[in-house]
Design a protein. Structure first.
Length: 71
């Protein structure tokens, strides 16, 4: 499970969260799922854009994603 958390904290995980957030927002606000799903999508999108993982502390990781490598 720690590998999954590490993946979600890295750049590909951020992209997946952002895309999932946009899809949930679309489904909630423009589809038939309802406003609550749209708001959840907004939170998921924000998590991907701002780079935080809400479930990481459950696995002993910090809430913030992996820092970018120094060039």
């Amino acid at each position: 499970m720690n590998n999954f958390v590490d993946f979600m904290r890295a750049a590909p995980g951020r992209a997946i969260r952002a895309i999932a957030g946009v899809l949930l927002m679309w489904w909630g606000f423009f589809g038939d799922a309802g406003v609550i799903v749209g708001i959840i999508g907004l939170v998921v999108l924000a998590a991907g854009v701002v780079n935080f993982c809400m479930f990481a502390p459950l696995f002993g990781r910090t809430i913030w994603g992996k820092p970018r490598a120094a060039h």
